[in-house]
Write a protein that binds this ligand. Structure first.
Ligand code: CTP
Ligand code: K
Ligand code: MG
Length: 180
């Protein structure tokens, strides 16, 4: 069933989806790069802060633990098997998402893009690559069991759509400076 597949993909990726949005709300304070430049541009820029990264990661982990508590009733309601998140997997998804986003800022600065500039494609998938990459590294068996090829395919199609919708929404609400 495609519905079960989409629900599973969304559930499994929620701890990776929420951190970047939490960082937008929590961001501020000292930038990770401490203002340092590299080859004439900021290493990361003022948009990547310690506080945003820490709060984003924490919120993602807490969300995963919350999902664990709901997994049984939600699975029963769905008629499918939703995954639970052991702490290493939860941390990998949340922190990996933040790292993917940080890596994208590094690439944006290297390609002459100022803070806030769009980088279509990268903006929508950087955190997926970071989250899945770290999850497969940290908890390979779990990741292989949850992110089957079919679930991965749904993630790759669904994530850019969700990203566009949430960021335009955050922009319209005045929470985010740019709609991407
Ligand atoms: N943010 C943060 N720390 C992070 C990620 C995000 O503090 N690790 C906060 C910052 O306030 C940032 C906002 O969330 O401005 C929006 O995030 P994002 O769009 O990723 O950053 P940009 O400001 O657009 O900067 P960049 O061009 O480097 O992506
Ligand atoms: K970003
Ligand atoms: Mg931005």
């Amino acid at each position: 069933m495609i519905g079960t597949l989409v629900a599973t993909a969304f559930w499994a990726m929620l701890p990776a989806y929420v951190p970047n949005n939490a960082a937008v709300l929590a961001g501020g304070g000292r930038p990770i790069d401490g203002g340092r430049e590299w080859h004439g541009a900021r290493l990361l820029g003022d948009g990547k802060t310690w506080r945003g990264t820490a709060v984003g990661t924490l919120v993602g982990v807490l969300l995963a633990l919350g999902l664990n508590a709901l997994a049984d009733p939600a699975s029963a309601a769905l008629g499918g098997d939703l995954p639970t998140f052991a702490l290493p997997a939860a941390f990998a998804l949340a922190f990996g998402a933040m790292c993917g986003d940080i890596g994208a800022s590094f690439l944006k600065r290297r390609s002459g893009r100022e803070r806030g500039a769009a980088f279509p494609g990268l903006d929508q998938l950087d955190f997926v690559v970071g989250a899945l990459g770290l999850a497969f590294l940290v908890d390979t068996d779990w990741a292989l069991a949850v992110f089957t090829p079919r679930v991965l395919a749904v993630v790759l199609v669904m994530t850019p759509l969700l990203h566009v919708v949430t960021n335009v929404g955050a922009y319209l609400l005045g929470v985010k400076n740019e709609p991407w």
